[in-house]
Design a protein around this ligand. Structure first.
Ligand SMILES: CC(C)(COP(=O)(O)OP(=O)(O)OC[C@H]1O[C@@H](n2cnc3c(N)ncnc32)[C@H](O)[C@@H]1OP(=O)(O)O)[C@@H](O)C(=O)NCCC(=O)NCCS
Length: 157
């Protein structure tokens, strides 16, 4: 398996797969083409025998020069729990280190238990929000009304 940077044309392969890879949730509208055009240096594709099996879209914060942000990560359900997500995150951590960023942030929905376990395994801490759901601290209405979120942060050095 290879890890490489994202290119613009990957959008047309990945976009139709997103909702299926998110267990039927409507997520593709949260990842428009611009992410495949302007964040290539910090976004990665996992490829096996020429087939895309995972991807990560991340970027360097414009407003905080210590911070990098992971917007999206997903692995083909048939290839999960084979350390592909970990390899994508490690590629991202290496790329941001070169840019002197030492804080990584990411956000997920409280319903996404796999994401919460995965980020915890990847060394992220959960920031203290204003409510608790199933023992996890959550920021209520973070992304708008009824759009609660779990906020992750990791120091990379
Ligand atoms: C979250 C996701 C990217 C993980 O990818 P993955 O390739 O299966 O993860 P890895 O194999 O690299 O796992 C890394 C660690 O997390 C653990 N982990 C991953 N998914 C897990 C799950 N569903 N339940 C429990 N542990 C899990 C692995 O066991 C592994 O632990 P280890 O290092 O102790 O062995 C994948 O489940 C996915 O694509 N989910 C749908 C999209 C999504 O929710 N993305 C995140 C929000 S943007």
């Amino acid at each position: 398996m290879e890890i490489r940077n994202v290119k613009s044309s990957d959008y047309y392969i990945i976009s139709p797969l997103i909702n299926e890879w998110w267990d039927g949730r409507e997520m593709s509208n949260k990842l428009p083409k611009l992410f495949f055009d302007y964040f290539n240096n910090t976004s990665f594709i996992a490829e096996k025998d020429g087939e895309i099996v995972g991807f990560l879209i991340g970027f360097l914060s414009q407003s905080d020069t210590n911070v990098a942000y992971i917007h999206f990560v997903s692995v083909n359900p048939e290839f999960r729990k084979k350390q592909i997500g970990r390899r994508l995150y490690n590629a991202f951590f290496n790329s941001i280190k070169k840019n002197n960023r030492n804080v990584v942030r990411a956000v997920t929905s409280p319903v996404n238990k796999a994401s919460i376990v995965y980020h915890t395994k990847m060394g992220f801490n959960i920031e203290k929000g204003d409510i608790e759901i199933d023992g996890v601290s959550v920021f209520s209405d973070y992304d708008g009304i009824n759009q609660d979120r779990v906020l992750f942060v990791k120091k990379t050095n």
